[in-house]
Design a protein around this ligand. Structure first.
Ligand code: ADP
Ligand code: MG
Length: 358
């Protein structure tokens, strides 16, 4: 019978050795140097570099909600569940423009999973994600629960005053997205089909855009607003639009589409691209003069695509306190407005609400 102490020692402490972290590369050695105390005491201690600000976030993954609920899937996906819990949190740190540093793992799990086979795979997912993203596991908590609930807290740092928020988008700026969108959302509902299986890695092992986030915060023409796509492109753009007080126009024919997803008829794939969550790409606004090519070359050629423009202020839409019918987000396709009356290329205008937890 594995005790809580054994479990932490065997699966979460051993590989968390500062020397392993330090040998990886330059970013990671700065991580190791700044880690004063990791797992094993009441709390961890990290030394922040001078002139930086601490950036912190947390996200919970719940069985049956953020990953499949049945035990067979939980068994099969142990690695992916571990990997993804780290990746989605790192993605939030990255969406501020910050450099991720460390994660904490609060694990509430049923007895049936507290076995060598499951924990080994799960811990491998956690450790490989940490290593991939240059972060270190510095603590957590382990408790028993009827279902699997994983809460990861991530922290990172950023040069003073450089964090990029959701509220800075301005009229006439371009709207951009990294990578491709819709892959994870499509995979989620089509793992039984060939194309879904080709895209499964996008659902199970998302790629936080670490270098791009940092480049966007530090470029001469910096991003004015940024966030990661977790609930769906449109819903997440609406967050930026609302907080910045602006209206946006999105060009549906510009949405970056992966090769597998491109095999699907446009009217069928667009809803996944607009509403499907879990892409963990960055959406951001850039002022005139921003050098996309320079950004791309600084980030191992991460694809950056302009998908629209900030076309006005949101105050335009309330005149005399009476709302006009102008939406925060307008869709166009090949230059023509896409509306409920004329929804081409859709058959019916899509619901743009994205994923709502409540
Ligand atoms: P406490 O009783 O003070 O909460 P714990 O026995 O829960 O301490 O944890 C002992 C140490 O192990 C702490 O440093 C804690 O951060 C770490 N820890 C516990 N569970 C995990 C886990 N799942 N992953 C990583 N570190 C963990
Ligand atoms: Mg504890």
């Amino acid at each position: 019978m594995m005790t809580e102490f054994d479990l932490i020692q065997q699966f979460f402490t051993v590989k968390n050795d500062a020397n392993i972290v330090a040998s990886q590369d330059v970013i990671k050695s700065s991580v190791a140097e700044s880690l004063i105390k990791g797992i094993g005491d009441d709390a961890s201690v990290v030394r922040l570099p001078p002139n930086t600000e601490l950036v912190t976030c947390t996200d919970t993954l719940v069985q049956g909600r953020h990953f499949f609920g049945d035990w067979e899937s939980v068994d099969q996906l142990a690695y992916a569940i571990g990997y993804k819990s780290v990746a989605v949190n790192v993605s939030d740190i990255v969406a501020m423009g910050a450099t991720p540093h460390s994660v904490l793992l609060a694990l509430a799990m049923p007895k049936r999973l507290a076995n060598e086979t499951w924990l080994d795979e799960f811990a491998k997912g956690i450790h490989e994600a940490c290593s991939e993203f240059g972060v270190v596991l510095i603590g957590g908590d382990t408790t028993q629960c009827d279902t699997l609930v994983i809460t990861v807290t991530a922290q990172g740092w950023i040069e003073r005053g450089k964090a990029v928020y959701r509220d800075g988008a301005n009229v006439n700026e371009g709207i951009f997205v990294s990578g491709t969108v819709g892959d994870a959302g499509y995979a989620l509902t089509h793992l039984d089909r060939d194309i879904g299986r080709q895209l499964a890695h996008r659902l199970h092992e998302p790629t936080p855009r670490i270098r791009l986030g940092q480049a966007l915060a530090n470029a001469p023409h910096r991003a004015t607003a940024m966030q990661d796509v977790s609930d769906g492109l449109i819903q997440d753009l609406i967050h930026i639009a609302k907080q910045s007080g602006v209206r946006m126009q999105i060009e549906l024919d510009k949405l970056p589409t992966s090769e597998p997803l491109n095999q699907i008829p446009i009217a069928e794939r667009l809803p996944y691209q607009l509403n499907g969550g879990d892409d963990y790409e960055l959406i951001f606004t850039l002022p005139k003069g921003a050098d996309i090519q320079a950004l791309q070359s600084q980030t191992d050629d991460t694809l950056i695509t302009k998908i629209g423009n900030v076309i006005g202020t949101a105050t335009d839409i309330t005149t005399n306190n009476a709302k006009t019918d102008k939406p925060l987000i307008e869709l166009v396709f090949e230059g023509k407005p896409v509306t409920p009356d004329d929804p081409y290329p859709f058959n019916t205008f899509p619901d743009l609400a994205g994923y709502q937890h409540f």
